[in-house]
Design a protein around this ligand. Structure first.
Ligand code: YXS
Length: 256
């Protein structure tokens, strides 16, 4: 059974998560289907892509599939982790990718939403980044994703508390472009996608890639990178990551 549904109409691609039994957790299999869909849409010269969930339910995506996280003592988010590959595929797609969010967004799915070019949500949208609940050291690229988009104090609140940011505040702090009534979300999202299809795709692709390069142009010398990586190693070799993953799998609260 496919874990996503895709369609292409009027040069607008749609990728809809269809794994509600696991709250659209981003497994390697689901991610592979998403990346294949982006490749197909690129070949078909899609002028915009909408990323959404089939169900307008409580949960847009529960984030990285925790069952697939390394159990501990291994970097949980290495460069070639499937989720990291999906984030890069979204950023590299040569046309705008719009996240259409209904329901709650967790962990790596929040990073995925932040990697999208635009985010539209409704009043049920909420956004939480949750490594602090799993004892997991978030990766440098992911942190920069948030830092390049949100005020420092909001990034710290999200990463330290792991609490969801509700829709109205998500719009105020800039996680989303717009929060609109649920009944209008689909129409407004696809209206913007249609606008993109009427503009120069070459100009948009060049602007998107230039903005990506400039926003990621964070000069870090090798010693600084080694230092940051040491901070991460200290966590994923530590007791908290063991406890965080175990507590989720045992369906109990972690004791850090
Ligand atoms: O027990 P069954 O087989 O029915 O499966 C349950 C859950 O185990 C499963 N599920 C997940 N499986 C793998 N990875 C996940 N992230 C995940 N989330 C849920 O889905 C089935 C239904 O879950 P249930 O009963 O809890 O549903 P609910 O509607 O009561 O609650 C929905 C959530 C999303 C509030 C709840 O499932 C939840 O809190 N899930 C974990 C959200 C989370 O912490 N995600 C972060 C994943 S780690 C990640 O993304 C990054 C690495 S980081 O940690 O750094 O952010």
């Amino acid at each position: 059974m496919p874990l996503i549904r895709t369609s292409l109409a009027d040069a607008i691609g749609t990728i809809a998560f269809d794994r509600d039994t696991k709250r659209n957790a981003l497994s390697a299999e689901l991610i592979a289907e998403c990346i294949a869909a982006f490749d197909e849409f690129k070949n078909m010269h899609a002028r915009a892509v909408v990323l959404r969930s089939v169900t307008a339910g409580k949960v847009w995506s529960a984030g990285h599939d925790i069952d697939e996280l390394p159990k501990a003592d291994v970097d949980p988010l290495p460069y070639n982790d499937p989720l990291e590959q999906l984030l890069r595929a979204v950023k590299a797609f040569p046309a705008p990718v719009i996240a259409m969010v209904q329901g709650s967004v967790w962990g790596g799915a929040c990073d995925l939403v932040m990697a999208c070019d635009l985010v539209y949500g409704d009043e049920t949208s909420s956004f939480a980044i949750t490594p602090a609940k799993l004892g997991l050291p978030y990766n440098v690229v992911g942190l920069l994703n948030f830092l390049s988009r949100l005020p420092l104090n909001v990034v710290k609140e999200m990463f330290f508390s792991a609490d969801p940011i509700a829709a109205d505040r998500a719009e105020r702090v800039g996680i989303v472009n717009r929060i609109v009534p649920a009944a209008e979300l689909e129409q407004i999202t696809y209206a913007m996608a249609r606008t993109f299809t009427t503009r120069s795709s070459a100009a948009i692709a060049s602007a998107k890639e230039s903005i990506r390069v400039l926003s990621e142009a964070t000069p870090i010398n090798p010693q600084t990178f080694e230092y940051l990586h040491g901070l991460r190693r200290g966590v994923y070799f530590g007791p908290d990551y063991h406890e965080g993953v175990a507590s989720f799998l045992e369906k109990r609260k972690p004791k850090f």
